[in-house]
Write a protein that binds this ligand. Structure first.
Ligand code: NAD
Length: 255
């Protein structure tokens, strides 16, 4: 089995790539990073004895997304599993939200998933099997202030997930979303650091503050746990799980 995982040079995407590899799935990695970071990511996946590729497509550019999918199909012969994971954050009230940041968040967190999905679907349909997993967020289900583009994109990808699931409901192709709460990745570390500065507290206190606001378990979700859920959604047992937005969030949206 062969997977394309976007944004898999760090954080959640890398955790998912490793969990898929542990199940024997070949993985095409994508995302930014220094040559050393990219090599380390590749090695950490190859350690499971699977084939690993890397493509540095910038997902804001449609031609590069097209090349990413084409290259993955050329490398592995076919894409059986697509995980749309790449994402960025920008925090600001709507009235001062930089329009260029809005466009970037929508392009990476939402439109890129549309493009990869439309490009992998014909092959999956021809084989009558496929798994598309979109990494949304608790912010795909509920909102927070100052995250207009992110919340809009994440609600959008939950909607896209349902449509793709319905359009392929009579096939062996499923499409589902995963909605993580806080995971301590570089994306969230930046928010922890900003909070520490803003509140004049230590980074450790800022972490506790962040969790206290939203996540009743007071524990971060881990990339490995999310990888485990993605592996389940890619299994045959999950054949009739279609169009869900499955939260793994320490109780965030139960409140
Ligand atoms: P991260 O910053 O660790 O990783 C993001 C990945 O996306 C990196 O590999 C990065 O290089 C890549 N990327 C960024 N811009 C790109 C572009 N233009 N083209 C290609 N790749 C690009 O972030 P993360 O926390 O692991 O987030 C992964 C996903 O999980 C995102 O969609 C994010 O919204 C979602 N998520 C994260 C959390 C959290 O608490 N960390 C919670 C809910 C959802």
């Amino acid at each position: 089995m062969n997977a394309l995982v976007t944004g898999s040079t760090s954080g959640i995407g890398l955790g998912i790539a490793q969990r898929l590899a542990a199940k024997g799935v070949n993985v095409m990695l994508n995302g930014f990073g220094t040559p050393e970071q990219i090599e380390a990511a590749k090695q950490s996946v190859a350690a499971y004895g699977v084939k690993v590729g890397y493509h540095g497509a910038d997902l804001t550019k449609v031609a590069e997304v097209e090349d990413l999918v084409k290259s993955t199909e050329q490398l592995f012969g076919q894409v059986d599993v697509l995980v749309n994971n790449a994402g960025i954050q920008h925090v600001s009230p709507v009235e001062s939200f930089d329009p260029a940041k809005w466009d970037a968040v929508i392009a990476i967190n939402l439109s890129a998933a549309f493009h990869t999905t439309r490009l992998v679907l014909p092959g999956m349909q021809a084989r009558n099997w496929g798994r598309i997993v979109n990494i949304a967020s608790a912010h795909g289900l509920v909102a927070s202030a100052n995250k207009s583009a992110y919340v809009a994109a994440k609600h959008g990808i939950v909607g896209l997930t349902k449509v793709v699931a319905l359009e392929n409901a009579k096939t062996g192709i499923t499409c589902n979303a995963v909605c993580p709460g806080w995971v301590l990745t570089p994306l969230v570390q930046a928010q922890v650091d900003a909070r520490a500065v803003r509140e004049g507290v230590s980074v450790e206190e800022a972490k506790v503050g962040l969790l206290s606001e939203k996540q009743p378990s007071q524990e971060f979700v881990t990339p490995e746990q999310l990888g485990g859920l993605v592996v389940f959604l890619c299994s045959d047992d999950a054949q009739e799980v279609r169009g869900v937005a499955w939260n793994m969030d320490g109780g965030w949206v139960a409140q």
